[in-house]
Every structure is written in C-alpha cells, then in structure tokens.
Write a protein of this length. Structure first.
Length: 313
C-alpha cells in the first residue's frame, strides 16, 4: 500500500505536509530480505495509478522480484495513514475495494512456487475480503513439497470489524511457522502464554511468541522453549517492527542458525525499523550486527541502539 506519515510535528489534524512511502506486512518482509542476503518475491495486486506504479518501482528497487504483481485496471491501490509516535501509531486504512482486496484463488495457476523455500503469509490478507480469505486457504491447501509456510498472525481489529477473527486460529494451525505477539494471541486464542499456545497449535513445527519490548520466545518441536530478551532501543515509531522481526528470524532460519541466534536476528532487524518512521528501516551497520549477534548475555543486556549508533551502558 501507499503509506503516508507526517512530515512535520504536531497533531495529525494540523499536519499539512505528509511523506508518501510504502508499507504492508508481506511487502515489508520481502523488502527486508534482500538486505539480509535472501532472495525474495512479492505477489500482490495494485491499481493502474501513480501509487501502484510507485509501489512496484520502489519494492523492486529493494531487490524484490515483483514479476508476480498484477495491475488491476479498475480497482485503486490501497493506502493507509500512520500518525507516528514513539508510544504507538494509530493507523487509518483506506483499502476497501482496493486492487489487493480483489485477489482470489485465481492467482494460483500463475504462481510458480517450485523453488520457494518459505512462503510467507499474514493475517492481514484474509481480512481484506472473502476472496482474499479463499486465496489464503487455497495456498494452505496446495501441496508444499519442501516449502515451509510461515504465517504471521498480524491481527488488526479494525480490519476484522464485523467479521470472525477466529478464522486466524484456523489458518495459523495449518502453517509450519507461526509468529504472533502475545497481545494478539490473547485476542485470537484467549492466551498469550507460549506453553498454552503450543497446546492450541500442536501441528505447528515452529512457534514464535513476541512479548513486545521484553523479548520473544521460540517453541519448536519437543525442545524446551527458548527466550531471547529484546534490545533496548530509542524508539522513534513502532509500526513495521513485527515484519522486520519476521524477516530477520526467517533469514536466520533459512541459514540453519541455532534458536537463540534466530531470535536475536529478529530483534536486530526489528531494532533497525524502530529507529525510523518508515515501515522498512535501513539495516544496522554490519559491525554492530555481528558484535551483537555474538555478544554475551551481559553485553547484550547493556546494549542500547540510538540514532547515533550503539551505546553500551
């Protein structure tokens, strides 16, 4: 979607200048991955309008394969407005009747998933329309071979108004990798506690429960849960951090990293986005990344990321 964020300080109703950028859960993840050394592609639909052309151009510029994007000659490109703030950012969606909401199972015959190692979906797509829900169900029904299906719950109450969000539990239960915040899990499953969530998702191989600024827990197979505390960050704006975490975690998973490293990679990618107003922030400096990935527990706990760089308290 086209994303608009304030380009000047003040209450949103008084802001006259807005910056147009790009956003969207799946496209955010796709845009992070090339910078992490992982090839990615994004499949969606945009309108035949300036916003649609800008989205495709800018996502492609991030190194993402956009050959699977279709252009709808009738429906417009969706957009949303983010009222940025360090402690929360109200988001207003303008996507009813958008090109993306018109997607459906008819997309599948044109998709070649043969060499895809991870198919990443989110709970936002099935919230857009009944046809989008049918598309996600069809993707989950399709033969997978060696492809892993990743599902980020991404429960957005505004998108589920008047609809049954319990469908998210159904979809997540059919994925191989599930990522969720404990707050949204409490809304969908009635609990955000990792062990109890594991009981509700017994067939899911990999479950990641994010605990906001506190950290994240990985529950995988029969192994004991692994918790990794989050980094301390001077937060500019939080929207998009969950998608960044997913990208960092999935990239490390594809490389066969150990559980703690996979969680740390997620936290580090999220931190880069927390330092910006954008949904996809520039990656952290390579030397900072490597130092923190391999840091001992004390150094990790002492680290703080600021606009000026890494500070060790």
């Amino acid at each position: 979607m086209a994303l608009f964020v304030p380009a000047e300080p003040g209450p949103p109703e008084q802001v006259r200048r807005w910056l147009r950028t790009i956003g969207g859960a799946e496209s955010n993840v796709a845009c992070h991955l090339p910078a992490l050394g992982v090839r990615s592609g994004w499949v969606s639909a945009v309108g035949d309008d300036p916003f649609g052309r800008a989205l495709v151009r800018e996502i492609a510029a991030a190194g993402v394969d956009v050959s699977g994007v279709s252009v709808d000659p009738v429906r417009p490109t969706g957009l949303y407005v983010k009222e940025s703030g360090a402690h929360g950012s109200p988001v207003r969606y303008y996507r009813a009747g958008s090109a993306a909401s018109g997607m459906g199972p008819g997309l599948l015959p044109g998709l070649d998933l043969g060499d895809v190692r991870v198919l990443h979906l989110s709970g936002i797509t099935p919230a857009l329309s009944e046809s989008c829900l049918a598309l996600v169900r069809a993707l989950l029904d399709a033969p997978r071979g060696d492809t892993l299906v990743s599902f980020d719950v991404n429960h957005r109450p505004a998108l589920w108004a008047g609809r049954d969000a319990a469908v998210l539990a159904e979809l997540a239960a059919r994925a191989d990798i599930v990522l969720t915040g404990d707050d949204e899990a409490a809304r969908v499953w009635g609990t955000g506690e990792p062990a109890r969530l594991r009981e509700r998702l017994p067939a899911v191989g990999t479950l990641v429960v994010k605990h906001g600024e506190h950290g994240a827990t990985l529950v995988e197979g029969s192994a004991p849960p692994v918790f990794a505390p989050a980094l301390r960050v001077d937060v500019v704006e939080p929207v998009g951090a969950g998608d960044a975490f997913a990208a960092g975690f999935l990239a490390a998973t594809l490389r066969g990293a150990d559980p703690a490293t996979r969680l740390r990679r997620g936290h580090l990618q999220a931190a880069a986005t927390l330092l910006t107003h954008d949904d996809v922030g520039p990656p952290l400096a390579p030397d900072v990344l490597e130092r923190l990935v391999h840091a001992g527990e004390d150094e990790w706990a002492a680290a703080r990321l600021t606009a000026e760089g890494l500070v060790l308290a």
